[in-house]
Write a protein that binds this ligand. Structure first.
Ligand code: 5GP
Length: 210
């Protein structure tokens, strides 16, 4: 049964390359914050630790989890499946932990539409410009520039989903972006005043999409 002492659900989504995973990891260092570990059918990257970064599973196992109704949300992203199982999340929330979700807009929509009894705060992280994003994507350990170009196309489609989030935050400076998100979470939990300028965000999105 949800109570006032329950944790809150904090969703961070972003187009690829906006720095969301780093932000989620930083936030998870705060007391009482924990990351929801997703399942995925994608292959692990060289620096990833199984059962910490993701539960890496094959499609059979993923389909079984779907069939058994274990997912709070799941989606196909870049040809792989990703999903959040319900039980670990609810357990954490019931223990008063704030749960961080590094998931895409499809997952964010599904969680929102579930209207759970837990407080939900959603953030959409954006890069400072398309030029910076392309640089970030190209510097990654990726097979070739074609993937970066493909993800730039994906960016133009993904960015349109900003409208469904509570807050849009621009990741120009990691520390500043992190503080902005953390302060907004605190303000939401404590009903405090929020340092947020929707007009500035609208202008930024117009620049990114023009
Ligand atoms: P990556 O493969 O780069 O780790 O993640 C690709 C995308 O999948 C990212 O946008 C990430 O946020 C999203 N993602 C990771 N886990 C989940 C999940 O459990 N559900 C959904 N819907 N998206 C996820």
């Amino acid at each position: 049964m949800p109570t006032d002492n329950d944790g809150v659900m904090i969703v961070l989504s972003s187009p690829s390359g906006a720095g969301k995973t780093t932000l989620v990891n930083l936030l998870s260092k705060k007391e009482n914050f924990e990351i929801s570990i997703s399942h995925t059918t994608r292959q692990p990257r060289a620096n990833e630790i199984p059962d910490k970064d993701y539960y890496f599973v094959n499609e059979d196992k993923f389909n079984r989890l779907i069939k058994n109704g274990e997912f709070l949300e799941y989606a196909k992203v870049f040809n792989n499946y990703y999903g959040t199982t319900r039980t670990p999340v609810i357990d954490k929330l019931d223990k008063g932990k704030n749960v961080l979700f590094d998931i895409d807009w499809q997952g964010a929509d599904q969680i929102k539409n579930k209207n759970l009894d837990y407080k939900l705060i959603t953030f959409f992280i954006l890069p400072p410009s398309k030029e910076v994003l392309f640089k970030r994507l190209s510097n990654r350990d990726m097979k070739d520039k074609l993937i970066a170009e493909e993800r730039m196309k994906q960016f133009s489609r993904d960015v349109l989903h900003w409208i469904n989030y509570d807050y849009v935050v621009i990741n120009e400076d990691l520390e500043k972006c992190y503080s902005k998100i953390y302060n907004l979470i605190r303000a939401e939990i404590e009903n405090g005043s929020k340092d947020y300028d929707p007009d500035y965000i609208r202008d930024h999105i117009e620049k990114l999409t023009s």
